[in-house]
Design a binder for this molecule. Structure first.
Ligand code: ZN
Length: 335
């Protein structure tokens, strides 16, 4: 190739870049980031701002417990520089997706460093469901797991040792935010100061909301503090503010509620005179409606448990979600 031809080629490249305009040029600088579900996706957008292009795998009102990744997800993962997951075995499908995608970026566990709540479920509840699904979950991917998880898996469970729903605690959310910030900064040091500035503003909003919710919950009498939901997704919220949550379905929506458990819950609602039960955005509401009918408790509203809402509903960001849940619970139980 002559010098002249090289010059022409560069000139054409330059012209193409100019023609594609500032928007396209800006877009090419954005770091492709994958977030496994909407809560983490919203946090990444807050911290990364214009410097990141976030793909969220499990979207608004989606159920990450039983999610099935799509070919588009695999493409997004293969192009991502950073992938941020909840961890604590919330995304049981993720290892396989990453393997299928030839992902070469940075994998970040947002819950890294939190003090997870233990998985709490009575032994008698386990017996009912254990024997249905024992075989089908002994897939290839499970053999990589640590020894400590084998006990659960042998019984056919898909949850880990700990409750994965830590985003329901604003205090734990600060740790999510710290992990997200440091991973974005490490991946893109040139924009680290922007990420840390966004983090500082976000964390002060999180802390202010935490105080606001604590104040609201503090108005509830001590005998109005039991919350019934579809599945056990809000233990971290309860742990933070002194509320007890009970659910017919356990920590994962994958397991069915047993008749025995439902009967036990109905008995408790009657004995403790619990006034309201709550439906969830990601779970089938029929069981909660049935429990309401049988006990005379009212439906206190919809809680956003494992996913944000779409843009037109009241939980379209993480902070709106927590505020909505807190307000809904306090209004229903306060009466
Ligand atoms: Zn859940």
């Amino acid at each position: 190739m002559t010098n002249r031809r090289i010059f022409l080629k560069s000139a054409i490249t330059l012209l193409t870049m100019i023609a594609s305009g500032p928007i396209a040029a800006e877009a090419t600088k954005q770091t492709p980031v994958v977030a496994t579900f909407s809560v983490v996706g919203d946090m990444v957008k807050r911290i990364g701002g214009d410097h990141v292009a976030v793909t969220t795998l499990v979207g608004p009102d989606g159920d990450a417990h039983v999610y099935q990744p799509t070919p588009a997800d695999a493409r997004a993962v293969s192009e991502a520089q950073v992938l941020i997951e909840n961890g604590l075995e919330f995304e049981g499908w993720l290892d396989r997706l990453i393997k299928a995608s030839n992902f070469e970026g940075m994998r970040v566990v947002a819950t890294n460093g939190i003090k997870p709540l233990p998985f709490e479920e009575s032994e008698e509840h386990h017996d009912d469901e254990e024997h249905h699904d024992g075989e089908e979950h002994h897939d290839d991917e499970e053999h990589h797991d640590d020894e400590e998880h084998h006990d659960d898996e042998e019984h056919g469970h898909n949850h880990g040792t700990f409750d994965p729903h830590a985003w329901q605690s604003l205090r734990a959310a600060v740790i999510y935010v710290n992990n997200i910030t440091s991973s974005l900064a490490q991946n893109d040091p040139a924009n680290a100061s922007a990420f840390y500035l966004n983090r500082a503003a976000y964390v002060s909003e999180i802390k202010a909301l935490d105080k606001e919710i604590q104040k609201m919950v503090d108005t509830l009498p001590s005998d109005h503090r039991i919350v019934i939901t579809s599945h056990d997704a809000l233990q971290y919220f309860g742990d933070a503010y002194g509320l007890s949550f009970m659910a017919p379905q356990g920590l994962s929506t994958e397991s069915e509620a047993s008749a025995k458990e439902v009967a036990g819950l109905i008995k408790q609602i009657r004995e403790k005179d619990i006034k309201a039960v709550f439906v969830e955005n990601i779970a089938d509401s029929r069981l909660i409606e049935q429990i309401a009918n049988e006990t005379g408790a009212k439906i206190g509203g919809k809680l956003y448990s494992d996913a944000l809402s779409g843009p037109d509903d009241p939980a379209s960001t993480y902070l709106k979600m927590i505020r909505h849940n807190g307000t809904t619970i306090v209004e229903a139980l306060g009466n």
